[in-house]
Unconditional design. Sequence first.
Lengths: 423, 342
Amino acid sequence: MSPRFSLAALFTAALLLGTAFSQVELRMTWYDDGNEGQVMRELLDRFEAENPDVRIVMDTVPYSSGILQSLPLQLASGDAADMVRVTNLGGLSEYWLDMSPHLSDPDYWETNFGPFLDWMRPAGSTAIPGFMTQLTVTGPFINRTLFDQAGIDVPTGDTTWQEWAEVTRAVADATGTPFAMVMDRTGHRLAGPAISQGASFFGEDGHATIDDEGMRTMMQLMIDWHADGTMHPDTWIGSAGTYVAGNEFFINAQVVLYMSGSWQVGQFANLIGDAFDWEVIPNPCGPMACTGMPGGAGVVGVANTDHPAEVARVMEFLTQEDVMAEFYGRTLFIPGHLGLAESGIDFQTDVDAARDALSVFASEVPRLDPTAYAMQAYPFNFVVFDSIRDRLTQAFVGELTLDEVLERAQADIDEVLREQGIR
Amino acid sequence: MAVRTTPLQRANALAGRGVQGLYALVMNAVGFVVEPIQRVIGQRNMAYLFLLPNLLVFGIFILFPMALNVYFAMTSGTALYPQDRNFVGMANFERLYTCTDYANPNTCLEDRFWRAARNTGVFVAFQVSGMVAISLLTAMVLNRKIRGLGFFRSVFFYPVLLSPVVVALIWKWILQRDGVLNAILISFGQDPINFLLNGTWAMTWVIIVSIWANMGFYTLILLAGLQSIPVELYDAGAIDGTSTLQSFRHITMPLLMPTMMVVLVLSLIRAVQMFDEVFVLTGGGPGSATMLLVQYIYATGFGTQNPRFGMAAAASVTLGAVLLVATLLQLRIGRGSERHLA
């Protein structure tokens, strides 16, 4: 080995070592509904190429156990990652980082994410904690092929949940499909139909109060549908204390109608494709509204991070319009960026059903009821949703009556609010 | 006459001297530290010194968390660190025990705790009695001179080696709506049964699965107990004309009682602590039909977006107290029967 070569090798090694020592490692806790983890990784690789002093490790965890159950404890104990992807934006807002001092253009964030920033801020705060990876709208998917096989027309116009239950039962009977409907096991999915029936969700003190005629009607419908076999029982009755998605039953054509939301589109485009005809229908109506629930997931910085400036740099990279457009386009997510929502996203899919589904979900946004928005922004909405989910399930198996469900669910909510020092 | 040694003997002698030297070195080093201490605290107190490392580990990892848990039980709020929590005294216990009718969980403020307590009672009663009975029966069969004894011992012990999660997943595939068991029922022209969607069925299967998964361990303990009973006693009994049932009642059972007590205490503690298998198999459902106390504690303290650490701690203190009383009671009964035997 020549002395010159040795010197060069030594110099390179020293440079590499120096870079490694000065490199900041950030961790991002992530969960996947579809291909978004892969897309995010590619975007982060691009960021790392442009910013060799920062390395981002993605920890992909299951949504239910990793995000809903473990993350709150990690946040409380100060052990969470530097950035996290969450759906409980408001309930955990005390743990989010205010990136404002580190952002080069905070106005860009206010302009493009303004309304959604309120979802992730503590009340009265002007913090900028993160951005929306997607906006979501809940709504039902149907298996049109089963309708065609049954020779039954898909209802159009403003139809009610009761009418959909009837027609999907007829389709299921005619085609030998095991169950007519399935709904994700969460109070969030039930909230839209309940608001349509007239549920108001809020008491005079501005906090959750759930016992009213609208909620009673919707809960009774759910009880009846589980009792008569309209609803697939495995999601709600077959589980306890946790969120369960009903997507696999829809993908496997075990149900005619699946009440879920826009985040399923990307997954269905991949997993169903054109195996059967599937589509999204407008949210069925009740006497008060025809609404689903808005929602979404966001990536937020965690206040406990040792590297707030680097977190803000990553966030600024990810929220550039072209980067966001690519992310939304490839993941088939409804944009949570007002500028892109206005200019439109070029969704990258060959599956027509996916494009049509996204179009229907987009058209649902103006139909969302104000109560639905208020509930989404309510910091304790998860308390309400979880309590409704678990107590209602007890009614399905005969442990509680409807009156007891409402009484118990309200008591659960009050107890948590009391622990928070609110009620 | 000079004794001739082989190279191997020489190597052994050399190694022996090496080990002796090392031993002496270590003991001298220990002595260098220990002897002055012994002179100060006296020989009698040296035992405490040797116990100290273990006591420290026990104190830090067992006693301190236990004490912390008792403190948490007397606090409320969502903060994780003790100094940030509000002290509320016995309020959590008061709420936990407030019922108008303890037999009806719906009349209790914390109805899920009482449902879980009732479920745990049912589970423990059937699981422990079933486990002990089946383990004893299996041990007695395996204690006989049967063909393929080693194979059968392995077969019964094998589930113990499996992770509880794996056990639960296997049984879930068997018991679910479109699982193996329903496929068999359908192939015989029967209607499928929703084993995991019906409260009674779910609890029954939870008990069966947990017995299946754990009986190998207790069988092994009982088998060792059976093998320690002198054969001469049975021979003497046979000469006196005792029947099989009489030998079982008057020879096997009394002499097996100490082992039985170990099995009872261990299986009771394990049954009360049951979580993993049930959590994976049923999630505590349908409704709350198979939710046991440990799951209630987990769900209240950890399995939610708005954890109630204080209430979870109060429930776990209660569970610990119940377990302590049950174990002491069992040991007392066990000692009583041993004295009776003596």
